[in-house]
Design a binder for this molecule. Structure first.
Ligand code: ATP
Ligand code: MG
Length: 597
């Protein structure tokens, strides 16, 4: 893998405030030309499309500027973390096309130094052990309108604090007996500066450091120091950390003053997180969907996880394109799912070869075609890219066509097969419908037609015959069966669990939220987001595919003509037993579907 971040040929790189800041820092030489960013996931879940925004941003900014981006596992909470998650995170970052090279770190790599720095802060009178109960501490912290008050332990001597902190580390006290707090400012209007806790006792093994520690550093303390130790220049995080920035700066400043950290120190910048309509992204909800069996695992193709999007058929290029299109700003943004879907269409439209699949088959019999005869038709692999060539597809007397390409009583504007009407069988002949067979329930079992041998596609003059309809087909004796999973959006509501009027369309100006009028959302205040699950999010059909497709390699993507983009399922598709997932329809058909059968 190359160290440079891959670029899509069609990506229009536009400026954003972070690109401007970095350009300015390079101009002034603030970091002597270095650009070092990091992506700091907590290994407590699978990455989702929101994380992809942060990954593309951090790795992208570094590579655009000849810098590096670190992958750092923020593993300070031993309770929820797991190596399984670390592995899934690494493979998701690599799949997106990014490379941390030698820069893979763990916050737990720094536990020794974090501890040493805490001892320094105690000696300097900047930290103390508080033995108040959590309730007392909460009570003394004050509120937004009322300043905090000192705990009775705030004025302990440095010696006493050092001794207590040592005994905390040595395991003398139970969980919760004491915490180490920074001594900053109890009257600060910023609650984060009211003597935040930085170490707590947890008698629990850590997946990397084992039983070595029973005191663990908290996020705010760990994160800024980890950044500074790694000599990060631009520490980019989401907006909810804005109020934590003064604390970030306080900690690393104090340690730099003591010569424990090197200057220039990292600078934190905040951007708006990605919010996507018609899905959920909170780790708690994603876990609930998996554990409750509402989806088929973390990589269910309806999930917004990167593992799910990959299995759905999304390409790394389409996700990087999405990250670029949505941009980076400081204002909260809600992005419609159609923006993501369009990125995939734009990517695959140029790259995916075309194939034929009949998803809801009914037989078409060409009454005047000789029984037992067959011939080959030549289908372009990509109509806009003739250099991709053609392939031979067998044609015979009995064909599979889509059931809805025949209509006995065609509505106005219906140009496909109906009694007495002509259509072109794509890349083959013009046929005229002469009738249909039905079973005792009136269901059509076969459509009959006659063909005109003079109209074969590709022969001189054949294409001059004017017909309005143009339908796809597969030869009955040659077509193969395949399982096709027709995936759709996971939720039917733009903001699952919330009434639709909470969608703030003003906050995403360039990519305005399009909430489909057709989707009726019941007036409700307290809705369960699970009630908004799309009952038609996954439908499985037994389809017919071209003979050559049945040997397809997993993860190969195609456009099935007239249907959309499909991928051979990475888990379940086998040579001879292909399974395809629908990634996305050809056009945004959301909300305009016919009613369920
Ligand atoms: P947690 O509540 O467990 O911290 P998290 O979603 O913040 O959940 P992290 O593993 O801490 O998960 O996230 C890693 C990085 O990804 C963080 O820098 C975070 O800011 C960023 N990130 C997470 N969600 C989004 C999102 N929706 N949009 C953009 N960036 C995100
Ligand atoms: Mg987080």
């Amino acid at each position: 893998m190359s160290a440079a971040a891959p670029q899509n040929s069609f990506t229009q790189v536009s400026s954003n405030f972070l690109r401007q800041i970095i350009a300015e820092d390079l101009r002034t030489g603030k970091y002597a030309g270095r650009v070092v960013t990091r992506f700091p996931p907590e290994p407590n879940g699978y990455l989702h499309i929101g994380h992809a925004k942060s990954i593309c941003l951090n790795f992208g900014l570094a590579s655009e500027n000849g810098g590096v981006c670190h992958l750092r596992f923020d593993d300070t909470n031993p309770i929820k973390e797991d190596v399984e998650y670390e592995d899934s995170i690494k493979s998701a970052v690599q799949w997106l096309g990014f490379d941390w090279a030698a820069h893979l770190y763990h916050a737990s790599d720094y536990f020794d130094r974090l501890h040493e720095f805490a001892r320094h802060l105690i000696k300097a009178g900047l930290a103390y052990v508080d033995s108040s109960s959590p309730e007392e501490m909460r009570h003394l912290r004050g509120t937004l309108t009322e300043s905090g008050r000192a705990s009775p332990f705030r004025e302990r001597s440095a010696e006493e604090n050092l001794d207590l902190f040592r005994r905390m580390k040595e395991g003398e006290f139970p969980d919760g007996a004491h915490v180490l707090r920074l001594k900053i400012d109890l009257a600060s209007p910023n609650m984060n500066l009211r003597d935040p806790a930085v170490y707590r006792i947890r008698h629990i093994a850590h997946h990397r450091t084992g039983d070595k520690w029973c005191v663990y550093p908290l996020y705010d303390y760990t994160h800024c120091i980890s950044d500074a130790l790694e000599r990060i220049t631009h520490s980019i995080c989401t907006l909810e950390f804005q109020d934590h920035r003064p604390l970030y700066d306080w900690v690393i400043e104090r340690l730099a003053e003591a010569g424990l950290l090197q200057r220039p120190l990292p600078q934190q910048y905040e951007f708006a997180r990605l919010n996507l309509l018609y899905t959920v992204m909170s780790k708690r909800r994603l876990l609930e969907l998996v554990e409750g069996g509402y989806v088929d695992g973390w990589d269910d193709p309806r999930m917004p996880t990167l593992a799910g999007l990959r299995r759905r058929g999304y390409t790394p290029e389409s996700i990087r394109l999405f990250a670029e299109r949505i941009g980076v700003s400081k204002a909260d943004q809600w992005i419609d799912m159609s923006v993501l879907e369009d990125c995939l269409r734009d990517d695959l439209n140029t790259r995916a070869q075309r194939r034929i699949a009949v998803l809801d088959p009914v037989k078409l019999v060409i009454d005047n075609y000789p029984a037992g005869a067959e011939e080959e038709c030549f289908l372009p692999n990509h109509p806009q890219q003739p250099e991709l060539g053609t392939r031979a597809v067998p044609f015979s007397r009995e064909l599979w066509i889509e059931r809805d390409d025949f209509n006995e009583e065609p509505p106005k504007g219906y140009f496909r097969l109906s009694p007495g009407k002509e259509v072109r069988l794509r890349y083959a002949f013009v046929v005229k419908c002469v009738g249909a067979d039905k079973d005792e329930n009136g269901k059509v079992t076969a459509v009959h037609c006659t063909y005109d041998p003079e109209t074969r596609s590709g022969t001189p003059g054949a294409e001059t015959r004017k017909v309005k309809g143009n339908i796809h087909w597969l030869s009955v004796p040659h077509a193969r069966r395949a399982e096709v999973r027709l995936y759709d959006r996971l939720f039917v509501a733009p903001q699952p669990g919330r009434p639709s009027d909470l969608v703030d369309a003003t906050s995403a100006p360039s990519l305005a939220v399009e909430v489909d009028d057709d989707i009726v959302i019941e007036e409700a205040t307290e809705r369960n987001y699970l009630d908004d699950l799309n009952p038609r999010g996954k439908q499985v059909v037994a389809a017919y595919i071209e003979p050559s497709l049945s040997e397809v390699a997993p993860e190969t993507r195609y456009q099935f003509e007239r249907h959309g983009y499909f991928v051979a399922d990475v888990r379940d598709s086998r040579p001879g037993a292909a399974v395809f997932n629908r990634a996305v329809t050809l056009r945004d058909s959301w909300g305009h579907k016919p009613a369920a059968p």
